[in-house]
Structures are given as C-alpha cells and as structure tokens.
Design a protein around this ligand. Sequence first.
Ligand code: HAS
Ligand code: CU
Length: 553
Amino acid sequence: MATVSAATGAGDFRTEYQVTQAYLIVALVALFGGVVTGLFQGLDNAGINLYPRLAPVVQSYYHGLTMHGVLNVLVYTTFFISGFLPFMTARALKRPLASGKLAWGTFWLMLAGLVLAAIPLVGNQATVLFTFYPPMQAHWAFYVGLTLVVVGTWLVTLNLALTYRAWRRSHRGEPTPLAAFMSLVTFAMWTIASLGIAAEMLFLVIPWSLGLVAGTDALLARVLFWFTGHPIVYFWLLPAYLSWYTLVPRQAGGKLYSDPLARVSFIIFLVFSTPLGFHHQYADPGIGEGWKFVHAFLTFTVFFPSLMTFFNVVASLESGGRARGGRGWVSWFFKLPWGDPSLACQILAMLTFTFGGIGGLINASADLDLVVHNTAWIAGHLHLTVGTAVALTYMGITYWLVPVLWNRALWSRGLALAQAWLWVFGMLIFSYSLHTLGLLGMPRRTMMSEATFLQPEWKTYLTMVGIGGAILFLSALLYFLNMVLTMTVSKQPAPAMPEFAEAISGPAEAPAILDRWPVWLGMSAALILFAYGPPIYQLLRTTSLNNPGLRVW
Ligand code: HAS
Ligand code: CU
C-alpha cells in the first residue's frame, strides 16, 4: 500500500494522514463484516435461511444480528469518526494535532479494545445484540473491550481540546474555524453522553460478568444504556452534518448560507442531545410517566437543529445550483454537479434523511411509539438514518478522503455513482417494506424464516426486504471494490481535498458567546441533572441487583 508522500500535501500533517488511514482501514473492515451479516438477515426475511450452512462461522440468526449491529453502528462509525474529525480539525486549524504520540496511542488502545471485544463476539460468546440488555450476559471480554474503545474516544477528545487550546493562544478573539468548532462540539457532546454507558459497564455489567457480584438490575442497565444510546446517534450524525455544512456547499459550486446558524444548530445538539433517552423506554415499566413526558418534550427540542440544518443546507445547495445557471424554484436542483460521486452520495443521503426524520418524529410521540415500538418499523427507521443519512455520507466522504490519504485518484467515478444510486434504490425498497411490516405488527429482531406466526399479508413485503437487502449488498460490494482498487492499483495522483466552503453570512457575524465553552457545557450538565438525576436516584435507591445472568443462545 502506498504511504503518504510529501507531494500529497500531507506536509506537516504526516501523522494525521497516517492515523486517519489506520482508522479508515479498521472502519472499512468492520463495515464489510456488517454488510455481509446484513445480507443473511435480509435473505432470512425473504424465507431463505442460510444459517445452517453458515455454521460454525455464523452460528445463529442472533449471532449474525449481533455482529451486524456491533460492527456497523459501534465499530464502523466510531473508527470512522475518530479518524475523520481529528483530520478535519487539523486541516481547519491549519496545524497538526497537539500530540502525534497521543493520536497513535489512542488508535492502538482502541484497536486493542476492539480485538478483545471481537474474540467473544465472533466466537458466539457475546450474542447479546448491540444493545446488550441484561439479563442476557456476554463474556466479560466483550464489555471490557468496548469500554476500552470508549476510553479511546475520550483520548481523541483530549487531543482535540489540546490542539484547540494551542491554536487559541495565537488566535485570541477569533471565531473557531467552523469545521474545528463542529468537531469539538461533536466530541464534547459524545464525551458527556458516553458517561452513561461507561457507568453501566464499570459498575454493573463488568463486575457481574466477572462473577464479582451475583446479580444486576435490568432496568437500571437499560436506563444507563439509553443515556448514551440516544446521543450516540448524533455522534454518528454530526460528522455527516460537518461535511454537509463545511464541504458540500463548495462541492456543489456554492456557498454555505449561514455560518452562525450552523454553529447555533451544533450548540443545541451539545446541550440537548443527552437528556432524552427515555424515548427508547416509553414501554418500560418502572420509569415515571412524568419523566417520560419530560424526555418526549426534550426530544422535540432536538428536532429543531435538524430542521435548521435542512433549511441551511438546502439554501446552500440552492446557491450552488443557481451559480451553475439553475433557474426557478425547483430546477436549480438538477443543475447541481450530480456527476461528482462524493456530492451525489451526500445529497441522496440528505433526501433519505428527510424520511428518516419524519419517522423519528413519529417514534418520539409517546403514544404513536406504542404502535411501532419493537416492530420492524424501528429497523426501517434506523436504516434510513444511520444506514443511509450517515453511512452514505461517510461513503461520499471516502470518495475524496481515501484518494487524498493514499494519493491515488478514485479508481472509478462511474462505479461510485452507480453505487450511490443503487444504495438509495435498494434502501427505499428495504426500508419502505420494513416500515410497512412494522405497521402490520411484525416484530423486529426476529428470525422470520422460522416464525410460526407469519401472517399472509406480510409475505410480499418480506420478499421485498430480501430484494432490497440484496441490492444494498451489491452496492456495498461495488463500494469496497472501488476502495480497495483505489488504495492499491489506481495510478493517477489524487486531486486536492475539497476546500472548505465560504459562507454568505460568515463567522464574523456569529455572536462571540458561541465560543464560550463553560456556558454550554454547564447548560448541558444542568439539563442532564434535571432530566436524569431524580429518576436515576430513584432507581439506585430501589435496586436490589438481583438479576442473574442468562445465556439464551
Ligand atoms: Fe432515531 C430509534 C427518534 C434521528 C437512529 N433511532 C432509533 C434507533 C436507531 C436510531 C439506531 O423517539 C433504534 C435503536 C434500537 O435498536 O432500539 N430519531 C428520533 C428522532 C430523530 C431521530 C426524533 N435516529 C435518528 C438519527 C439516527 C437514529 C439521526 C442515526 C444516525 N429514534 C427515535 C425514537 C426511537 C428511535 C423515539 C425509539 C423508538 C422505539 O420505539 O424503540 C430526529 O433527530 C430526526 C430529525 C431529523 C430531521 C430531518 C432533517 C433533514 C435534513 C436533510 C436535509 C435535506 C436536504 C435535501 C438538504 C428533522 C437535515 C433536500 C433537498 C430538497 C431540494 C428539498
Ligand atoms: Cu433516540
């Protein structure tokens, strides 16, 4: 594999280039495992049960489903983000990371954690799905390994914060460059949000899986999980937003409509992302209805920064379409440079996210959620959001990032364009069917090929899930082919990385308070204390830690 040469523009950023390469390789390997196991599930929905033939590699539907969830939403995302955002921060601040050694040490720690977790995961000793709800109990190495990965992300935060501090010393009073600001907000938000899962791991499931305590508390564990489990979706989403705000307007030939509005949207995410996890637990007994209402209300609040993003990004795209000769209310949209696969991926991701967002609003409405909770609808929702808005955006990013890092041009633009459209086409079939099946009462996380309660009206949609899944798999194969050939055989040097977009309303117009970290971190802490303090205190007082571990697979 080619390493980075000075000619790539790496210059002072040699370490950043190489660390990001390392993270991307792990992310892509994880995604590959995730999509392969995904194919088996899609086919199982269509009545094609491959599991007997897959043993002992994949020992059951649930073994496959756990690998699918963990590899895609925990490993792929986290490694991609931990490589991409520090890279963007360094480029935006025009200075290397504060510590190259810390950056490498963090990567190796995360990789060690991943390997530790992967051994029981792949060995069917941790078939507990990506939510690992007790009393299902995995091998301790699974929990310890994932905890090390989380600790690694905190070290990424530390490196970003040190880098920012060093930059700030020589740039007093200046607004933080937008991409750096967004990276810092993302990691600050995540560091606060991940305290829930860290507490669950350290105080509940790790001692329990090691046999140091006899029992655990299923409800308390779920509360701590969703403390992190909701904001983690914004940890995945905000790097995509960073790209939509800081690069896409330029890639589209236009300007960012409003830089201050973009900052405000991120600040709202920082303050409001965490204190609303109960919208995953509307159906759980043991949590007061009043607290569920508070969390529902706060969920509607966190809808707004995405609406602001919708407005800001569409206005920015419009400036691009018009600069390229677009006219009228709608037709500018078709003037966008659709031949650029990086941009095409991301616009298609945005369009899909519009539907994912509408579904999210339905889920958030506590009474409507009772209709869709634990049905296939939720799987439909999460594939529009993390499975397309996020994953397809990340793919779009790698269409320029991998060429830049390896200094080799993208192997085939045509293949990349086909991949993007196939993904959306497959996803529309796949996700539409899952949403419909959910409304028809089909449960999620269920091996349908063996279900005795299959309803005749589900059949057509189940077949469509299989077809959609197969198209998605084909799209993923095209993606990996292009990535591997770009890294290894592509001959031309890479074009330069996309420039950051200029803004129509620039950073100088942003109020200085947006850069005052103590204000926003303080508000975030206060809101979490308010929304989670009393219910967690109540749970701690009443728990008897008496759920023994179960192995149900
Ligand atoms: Fe969600 C369940 C509510 C967003 C992921 N969600 C899940 C699960 C996952 C997930 C993985 O309230 C399943 C967890 C599990 O296994 O149990 N979700 C929401 C709400 C939002 C939302 C209110 N979710 C996401 C994102 C995710 C994600 C983002 C991943 C990245 N979700 C829920 C709830 C549940 C849930 C409940 C639990 C349900 C249950 O019963 O278990 C909001 O943040 C959504 C806001 C989004 C928008 C869309 C804005 C659109 C934009 C695109 C612009 C378009 C352009 C192109 C520019 C408001 C920004 C247009 C061009 C033109 C020309 C027009
Ligand atoms: Cu949520």
